[in-house]
Write a protein of this length. Structure first.
Length: 70
């Protein structure tokens, strides 16, 4: 004879993976957002370095010029 509570137990047990799936999906989305933010932050030092190098090169290519005066 089957347990009369079996369908209820199965239904309750099905809810556990659904809740875990939702929790993991949220964590995955948060991890992706953090990874994307870190990727952007990782590019900042290179861009700043490039800008400083460009400014230094521009200043070096105009000898005898101080500020906006010749």
């Amino acid at each position: 004879m089957l347990d009369p509570d079996l369908p209820e137990r199965i239904t309750a047990r099905l809810e556990e993976p659904d809740g875990l799936e939702a929790q993991l999906a949220k964590q995955l989305a948060e991890a992706r957002t953090e990874r994307d933010g870190l990727a952007v932050a990782g590019r900042v030092p290179g861009r700043v370095s490039d800008q400083l190098a460009d400014e230094s090169a521009s200043a070096a290519s105009a000898p005898g010029q101080v500020g906006s005066r010749a």
